[in-house]
Design a protein around this ligand. Structure first.
Ligand code: SF4
Length: 305
C-alpha cells in the first residue's frame, strides 16, 4: 500500500448462521445447463442470491423476464442498471418450457423494472403466465412484480392472466426507503398491494417482504408489518440483507436467528396467513412451502376466470 492509499473499510464478519454449504449433487449442474440452454435469466444469479446453490441443487429457480438490465438502481440490488434491450417475443415460451422440463409445481416469475415501456412490462408478464399455464396446467404461479408506478392498467393486465400469488416487496421500513430503493416509494408499494386485494379479494394471495439489517429499528419494522396488514397483505417474508458488492449499501447489523423467529411470531399474531422469517429467507426462498393445499381453492377460483 502506498502512503496515499486509505485502508479499505473492513466488512463486518459473516456470522456462522450465514455460512453457505456448496452443492454436491448433479441437479445444480442440470439446472444451470437447462437455464443456459433456454437462454433464461434468473434473479438467483443476477441478484447474487446467497441461496443460489441450495435452490438450484433442488431443481428450483426464480425466472427473471424482460431482460437482465434494469431501469432502476436500488442501493441493495446487484442486478445491472443499464438501457434495456427490446423484449424477446419467444421468452414466455422458453420460460414455459423450462418449468415443464423442471417439473415445477410452483413457479416464481419476476422481472427487472422496465420503466422504459409504457406498461412497465405488464403484458410480457401476462404472456409468460399464460404460456406457463398452457404448458403446465395446475401449476401454482407466483409473480414478483415491480410497482409499475402503480398504473392501474398494468396491474389489471397482470391480474387478467390469473396468477395465484401477487408478490410485491416493500423491501424496507418507511424511513430507509429513499436510501434503499430507487424511484419506488413506501406508500406506492402499499397502494399496489391494496389495489390488488380490492380488485381480486380472497381469490388471490398478496405477498410482500422486507430485508432486515439495513438500520431499521424494531418499532419501525413493526409499523411496516402493521401497514402491510392494513393493505391486506397475506404472506410475508423477512430475511437478512447482505451487501452484494462493496458498491452497495453496507450491512448495518446481522439480525440473529432468534430475533427472526420472534419477528415471525409477531407477524403471525398480526394475521399474515403465511410467514417465512429467517436470515436466509428471500422473497422466493422455499416459495412452494406456502402450501399447495392451502392454495387449492384459490387455484380453482382463478382457473374459472
Ligand atoms: S431464494 Fe429465490 S432468488 Fe434465491 S436462489 Fe432461491 S429461487 Fe433463486
Amino acid at each position: 500500500m502506498t502512503a496515499v492509499e486509505a485502508p479499505a473499510k473492513p466488512r463486518p464478519r459473516i456470522p456462522e448462521w450465514l455460512r453457505l454449504k456448496l452443492p454436491t449433487q448433479n441437479t445444480f449442474a442440470q439446472t444451470r445447463n437447462l437455464l443456459s440452454d433456454l437462454r433464461l435469466h434468473t434473479v438467483c444469479e443476477s441478484a447474487k442470491c446467497p441461496n443460489h446453490w441450495e435452490c438450484w441443487s433442488k431443481g428450483t429457480a426464480t425466472f427473471m423476464i424482460a431482460g437482465d438490465r434494469c431501469t432502476r438502481a436500488c442501493g441493495f440490488c446487484a442486478v445491472t442498471t443499464a438501457k434495456p434491450f427490446a423484449l424477446e417475443v419467444d421468452e414466455p415460451a422458453r420460460v414455459a418450457e423450462a418449468t415443464r422440463r423442471m417439473r415445477l409445481k410452483h413457479v416464481v416469475i419476476t422481472a427487472v423494472a422496465r420503466d422504459d415501456l409504457a406498461d412497465g412490462g405488464a403484458e410480457h408478464f401476462q404472456q409468460t403466465i399464460e404460456a406457463v399455464r398452457a404448458e403446465n396446467p395446475g401449476i401454482v404461479i407466483e409473480v414478483l412484480v415491480p410497482d409499475f408506478l402503480a398504473r392501474d392498467a398494468s396491474i389489471d393486465t397482470v391480474l387478467a392472466a390469473g396468477p395465484h400469488i401477487y408478490n410485491h416487496n416493500l423491501e424496507t421500513v418507511r424511513r430507509l426507503t429513499p436510501a434503499v430503493r430507487s424511484r419506488a416509494t413506501y406508500d406506492r408499494s402499499l397502494e399496489v398491494l391494496r389495489t390488488v386485494k380490492e380488485k381480486r379479494g380472497e381469490s388471490i394471495y398478496t405477498k410482500s417482504g422486507l430485508m432486515l439489517g439495513l438500520g431499521e429499528t424494531e418499532e419501525e419494522l413493526f409499523t411496516a408489518l402493521a401497514d402491510l396488514r392494513e393493505a391486506r397483505c397475506d404472506i410475508l417474508t423477512l430475511g437478512q440483507y447482505l451487501q452484494p458488492t462493496l458498491k452497495h449499501l453496507p450491512v448495518a447489523e446481522f439480525v440473529t436467528p432468534e430475533r427472526f423467529e420472534a419477528y415471525g411470531r409477531h407477524a403471525r399474531q398480526l394475521g399474515f396467513v403465511h410467514v417465512a422469517s429467517g436470515p436466509m429467507v428471500r422473497s422466493s426462498y422455499h416459495a412452494d412451502e406456502v402450501g399447495i393445499v392451502a392454495l387449492t381453492s384459490t387455484v380453482r377460483e382463478t382457473e374459472k376466470k
